[in-house]
Each structure stands twice: as structure tokens, then as C-alpha cells.
Write a protein that binds this ligand. Structure first.
Ligand code: ATP
Ligand code: MG
Length: 406
């Protein structure tokens, strides 16, 4: 086959796949062609805020025009409004857990990484971002994977709706020229009112190349390439509490700069032999990279904790159960307590499908509640690390969960 034919063949396949992805996103997001967040029942809101139902119904009455609301559902914006109101009345930080920079509560950065492909990095990072938003935090999700799966999960098409200007490539391009841009200009709003997104698509290869050029040229001054993400985060100021980063499944420059910004590293892995051996290799890489870096530069990385997270777990599979038991015994606290259960709801996540936190079950609520509780359990353990970094104690709910586990 002549070379030109090969080029045309590849291009045609790429074009078809891109348009199929676009069609899939539009289909999932019909009729608006944009994802929207569902509303939440009074019961859900009461349990989310740990307040009696009457607080929620009273709030609905005050915000509805004639004061006689018969509404039974709230938008996410309304939940946030109620949070602020209840916080104003009670001063209870669990209701509005925003960080307090004046008390040295710094931006917490949680990086989901592993060089094993398909280990649920994207699923975990997107779910964790949404868990945090539901708990009242202000979140920035940074997609550092040129596959753009987290971006697609947020209803954007990585091939057609992500360019340099709304991806991290804008930051690296400017810095390579010795310039800076407004960091917030690349953080876009999403249909989750408390989650902003730095989107990703194939354009991120430009960021990868820019970082590689900087690294190869030995250009350590005036800007150090490995500080690229942390400098960006500093430039976002105080409007976010937690940054969640999704990375690509290999060792690459974007993943490396994420290591240099991580307060907490979460390594999702399935409880299978192949996944665990790959995760073992990943930790060997981390040990050698961090060791070499600290020795060469005399600078410590900011990571305070690194935790393995067992994902897509099927407790009815005897071999998964045995492996999970074994690694828990060996690793102790290096593994987050509990497992994120396997669920069909996430079967085709990544193309606009709903997450657990977006989905509302109409049947088999018990099965849904089990998966949700499993996700909440691991997420709560990561949240506890964030609170620790801020010098805060556990919430009442965390204390309760710990007592139940014990
Ligand atoms: N708890 C779960 N239950 C069921 N399916 C899951 C679960 N977690 C992840 N998956 C599915 O596994 C597949 C891979 O997950 P995901 O895309 O999150 O992995 P990843 O590590 O980000 O992949 P990549 O290495 O390509 O970035 C997806 O189809 C996702 O829907
Ligand atoms: Mg991914």
C-alpha cells in the first residue's frame, strides 16, 4: 500500500472515531446536547447536610416567591445557598468546609496516578471531585491526560471543544516563552456549580513536548519545569479548596509535574494480579524518582501521604477477595480503608454517562446504595487526609465511620 493511502486510511479512521465520539456525547446529553446536573430530593439534601428535613422545607419556602413552596427538589446551587445560610447561623465548619488561608490551610492537591492503564484513575478522580463538591468544597479538576476522559465525562468533546486556550497547554506554552497568563483563564465552569475544569485533549501533547524541551535543554532557570503545575496552582489564588488531578497511564512529564504538586497521591488499582504487579512497579518508579530528585536538588516533594485505592472491586470474586485480604494484611495503612465496588452504572463512563453521584436509581436502590456507600467510604478517607493537612480533626461522620469499622 502506498504511503499516501496509509495516511488517508489513518486519517479517515480518526475522523470517523471523532465524529462517533461527538455523536455519543450528544446522545448521552440529549435533548440539550450539554450535560446537566439533576436536582436533589429533600431527603438527599437533609442527609447531605446532616440537618432535619424541616430545615430544608423551611428553606424552600423562603426562596420560593409566595413563601408557599410545594417543591420537593433542590438544585445544586440551592443546596450551596442553604449551606451558606446554615453556616451563617451555626458557624459549623462541616457545613461550609472551605479552607481558611489565613489559618495556613493551603490548597490541597490530590493526584490520581498509576501507570497501569484502565485502573480507574479517571473514574476515581471524577467521583472524588464530585464527592467533595457534595461535601461543600470548591474544587478544581485538572485533566492532564491527552485522552481527555475526565473532560468527556464532564460532557465536553476533547477533539472539538478543547484547544490550547482551555487546557494546561496554555500555561506551559506561555512559560516556555518566559511569560505568564491568568491561571483562571483556563479553568472553565462545569455543570457542577462547585467544580471547575482544566480540560484536556490531544492538544496536551504540546504541553508534554514543551516540558520535554525544557527538561532536555537543562534550562533550570528562571523557571523550573517540574514546578510547572505547582506554580499554576499558586497562581489560582484562594478560590479553590481542593485540586483533583487525573493523569495518563504511563511515566510522562505531565504526570511528573503532578508528583511535584501532590499533597496526597492516590494510586487506584484493581485487586487482580496483573494490576497489582504493575502497581508494584509504579511504586518502584516513585521510589527511584523521588530518591534521585531529592538527592540531586536537596528539595523535598510536597507529598504528605500516598495511598493505594482498591477499585472496581467485586467481593463475590474469590480471587479478588483473597488478594485484597492479602494486600491489606501486608500494607496496612498504605491502603485506603474499604473498596470502591464494581458497578454497572460506570460500565461505559467517559462518554457523558452519569457518575454514581449523578445517577438516580429508579430500581434496585439497595444495590445502588451499597456501591454509593463503598465510594463514600474511600472518599471520606481521602478527605480525612486533606483535613489532617489543614490541621482539622475528623467530622462527626468520619468518627462514626471509624467506630463502625473498628
Ligand atoms: N467501580 C467501577 N465499576 C465498574 N466499572 C468501573 C469502575 N471503575 C472503573 N470502571 C470502568 O473501567 C474502565 C476504565 O476506567 P477508567 O477510565 O477510570 O480507568 P483509567 O485508569 O482512567 O484508564 P486510562 O489508563 O485509560 O486513563 C471504564 O470503562 C470505567 O467505566
Ligand atoms: Mg483515565
Amino acid at each position: 500500500m502506498a504511503q499516501t493511502n496509509l495516511v488517508a486510511t489513518y486519517q479517515r479512521i480518526a475522523d470517523i472515531l471523532r465524529s462517533t465520539q461527538r455523536a455519543a456525547i450528544e446522545f448521552e446529553n440529549a435533548p440539550d446536547k450539554r450535560k446537566r446536573l439533576r436536582t436533589f430530593s429533600i431527603q438527599e439534601v437533609a442527609s447531605l447536610l446532616a440537618v432535619p428535613h424541616r430545615e430544608v422545607t423551611a428553606f424552600l419556602k423562603t426562596i420560593d416567591e409566595k413563601g408557599g413552596s410545594s417543591r420537593t427538589r433542590l438544585t445544586f446551587d440551592e443546596i450551596n445557598h442553604l449551606r451558606r445560610e446554615l453556616f451563617g447561623r451555626t458557624g459549623n465548619l462541616d457545613l461550609l468546609p472551605w479552607r481558611r488561608p489565613n489559618l495556613s490551610e493551603g490548597l490541597a492537591t490530590i493526584v490520581f496516578t498509576n501507570f497501569k492503564g484502565g485502573s480507574a484513575k479517571t473514574t476515581s478522580s471524577v467521583h472524588f471531585a464530585q464527592y467533595l463538591a457534595r461535601a461543600g468544597y470548591r474544587v478544581l479538576l485538572i485533566d492532564l491526560d491527552s485522552q481527555g476522559s475526565a473532560t468527556a465525562q464532564f460532557g465536553l468533546d476533547p477533539s472539538n471543544e478543547v484547544g490550547i486556550e482551555n487546557s494546561f497547554a496554555a500555561w506551559t506554552a506561555a512559560r516556555e516563552k518566559g511569560k505568564t497568563i491568568d491561571a483562571l483563564s483556563i479553568c472553565q465552569r462545569t455543570y457542577w456549580p462547585s467544580i471547575d475544569l482544566v480540560a484536556a485533549g490531544a492538544v496536551l501533547t504540546q504541553a508534554e513536548e514543551a516540558l520535554a524541551r525544557r527538561s532536555a535543554s537543562g534550562q533550570m532557570e528562571p523557571v523550573l519545569y517540574f514546578d510547572e503545575l505547582s506554580s499554576f496552582l499558586t497562581a489560582t489564588g484562594d478560590i479553590y479548596d481542593v485540586v483533583v488531578v487525573d493523569t495518563r497511564p504511563d511515566v510522562n512529564m505531565l504526570m511528573t509535574i503532578a508528583l511535584h504538586a501532590a499533597t496526597c497521591l492516590v494510586v487506584p488499582t484493581r485487586a487482580t494480579m496483573t494490576d497489582l504487579s504493575s502497581t508494584g512497579e509504579f511504586f518502584a518508579h516513585l521510589a527511584s524518582y523521588v530518591g534521585d530528585f531529592e538527592e540531586s536538588f536537596g528539595v523535598r516533594l510536597p507529598t504528605q501521604v500516598a495511598r493505594i485505592m482498591i477499585t472496581a472491586y467485586d467481593p463475590t470474586d474469590r480471587s479478588q477477595e483473597a488478594l485484597a485480604g492479602l494486600i491489606r494484611e501486608r500494607f496496612g495503612e498504605a491502603i485506603l480503608p474499604g473498596e470502591f465496588l464494581h458497578s454497572r452504572i460506570m460500565g461505559t463512563a467517559g462518554f457523558g454517562k452519569e457518575t454514581l453521584y449523578e445517577y438516580e436509581p429508579t430500581t434496585d436502590r439497595a444495590a445502588y446504595n451499597r456501591v454509593l456507600a463503598s465510594a463514600n467510604g474511600v472518599h471520606q478517607a481521602i478527605e480525612a487526609h486533606i483535613r489532617e493537612a489543614w490541621g482539622r480533626g475528623p467530622t462527626n461522620e468520619m468518627q462514626h465511620a471509624k467506630a463502625v469499622r473498628a
